[in-house]
Design a protein around this ligand. Structure first.
Ligand code: FAD
Length: 415
């Protein structure tokens, strides 16, 4: 069988996986990267620890054009395959409640083993090369990739340029332009796994506070999503993992000019009855104190001060003189604090980019239906995962499959 030449555009997680897999198939591989080094984004993942996958896997872990398509690809190369792959590169892996990390807790170790494998597999890495165009030559004669000054000719090309998230790491959306020139469409993109900015002007007073909470996303009076976890309050709004998980839903609603309201329950284990009992018991025990003293020890002090202010209570006011409706309002704010989202933070702050090249424009082999011989891998596709290692898993999965099929033989497994 003729040795194929494969060009991989983009040396992020998916591009490196694709390049290694294609080379293991026997292909001659050139990896083109616009940055002056490969895998810049990997270093920033998981707060520098790289959450590279997750043993808990299901349909609710992903968003995108077709969940069955995503799940089927994950069956072909899933969490255990990624573990086997990385162990094969010498990376020891540890698990915390299903979350997978390099045992040394250094994202740089993940990048290092990939870099070593690129070298050992004989892959030519060209940095500082920003692909600007891909042209199909006469039928069956491959593709010319150009950056405007230098050209490469390949039998097959894999586009693994990422999306628009964290553009400082290289993913500036130029992959969409390459795909667009080849006739591909684009599912509108939004920043995801990102902080939410709110209309209320009082956030400065509670910035820095962290609290376990239920976070509910409402639009037009309907609840659309719910997450529990550590809420983080910022000067301009809300952050933290449960907020990140909801952010892509909020982003698309805002794009459609729809209202987005977040209801925060800071006492998630208290239902209405339990909240009433709490009110009554505190009144019995602490009813002779000032307002500030009455609420001390219930929740974070800064939050209680804010809620008292919103309810019209003065901290030094004796509880006996406090308006009962105002005191009850503080309790109801604890269980249902409503804030209005005005925008997400921009792509610069986002961990991923939702939207991308539509999944119905590629085959199960990650090959373009519009231009056979061109393959896609990673975040450039209309796939985004929740926090927890799911985005890197998609990069490994799609990179593996694109490399496997672009590289040649079909009987390859990652052992
Ligand atoms: C701060 C942060 C933390 C994250 N933490 C996690 C985590 O812990 N777990 C997890 O699962 N996910 C995490 N993610 C998401 C995850 O890193 C990405 O989903 C994943 O790296 C995407 O891989 P990719 O290969 O598709 O794209 P990218 O990693 O974006 O790589 C694309 C590459 O293509 C290059 N490129 C772009 N255009 C061109 C061009 N025209 N020519 C040549 N090269 C080009 C870019 O320079 C880049 O190197 C995090 C993301 C961020 C920003």
């Amino acid at each position: 069988m003729k040795r194929r030449t494969v060009g991989v555009i983009g040396a992020g997680a998916s591009g490196m996986m694709a390049a290694i897999t294609a080379a293991r198939q026997g292909a001659r591989v050139i990896l083109l990267e616009s940055n002056d080094r490969v895998g810049k984004k990997i270093l920033a993942t998981g707060n520098g620890k790289c959450n590279l996958g997750n043993r808990k896997m299901g349909e609710d872990c992903y968003y995108g054009g077709s969940i069955p398509f995503i799940m089927d690809r994950l069956k072909e190369f899933g969490t255990e395959d990624a573990i086997t792959f990385f162990k094969g590169l010498g990376l020891m892996i540890k698990e915390k409640n299903g979350y997978l990390y390099p045992a040394c807790e250094q994202a740089s170790a993940v990048l290092d083993v990939l870099r070593m494998e690129l070298k050992e597999a004989g892959i030519e890495v060209v940095c500082g090369y920003k692909a600007a165009g891909i042209t199909a030559q006469a039928k069956g004669s491959g593709f010319v990739v150009t950056d405007g000054s230098g050209e490469y000719v390949f039998d097959n090309v894999i586009i693994a340029c990422g999306g628009r998230a964290a553009p400082a790491t290289g993913s500036d959306g130029s992959g969409y332009r390459l795909a667009g020139k080849l006739g591909h469409g684009l599912v509108e993109t939004v920043p995801a796994l990102v902080q939410l900015r709110c209309k209320e002007t009082y956030f400065k007073a509670v910035a820095g506070v962290r609290a376990e909470a239920d976070i509910l996303l409402y639009s037009s009076g309907r609840i659309l999503a719910k997450e529990r976890g550590e809420l983080q309050l910022t000067e301009y709004g809300i952050s933290g993992i449960p907020v990140f998980q909801l952010s892509r839903i909020a982003a698309y609603l805002l794009k459609e000019q729809k209202e987005v309201e977040i209801h925060i329950n800071l006492l998630p284990d208290y239902d209405e009855n339990a909240l009433e009992q709490l009110y009554q018991s505190r009144l019995m025990l602490q009813g002779g104190r000032t307002v500030e003293e009455f609420f001390t020890g219930m929740l974070n002090k800064k939050i209680m001060q804010l809620f008292c202010r919103l309810a019209g209570l003065h901290p030094s006011q004796p509880m006996e003189q406090a308006d009962e409706r105002a005191v009850r309002k503080v309790f109801s704010l604890c269980g249902d604090w409503k804030v209005t989202v005005t925008s997400t933070n921009p792509y610069e702050n986002a961990q991923v980019c939702a939207g991308g090249v539509p999944l119905d424009e590629i085959t199960e082999r990650m090959e373009s239906k519009k231009v056979p011989g061109v393959y896609f891998a990673g975040e450039i596709l209309d796939v985004d995962g929740k926090c927890g290692g799911y985005n890197l898993q998609w990069a490994w999965t799609s990179g593996f499959l694109a490399g496997k099929y672009a590289g040649g033989r079909e009987d390859y497994r990652s052992v």
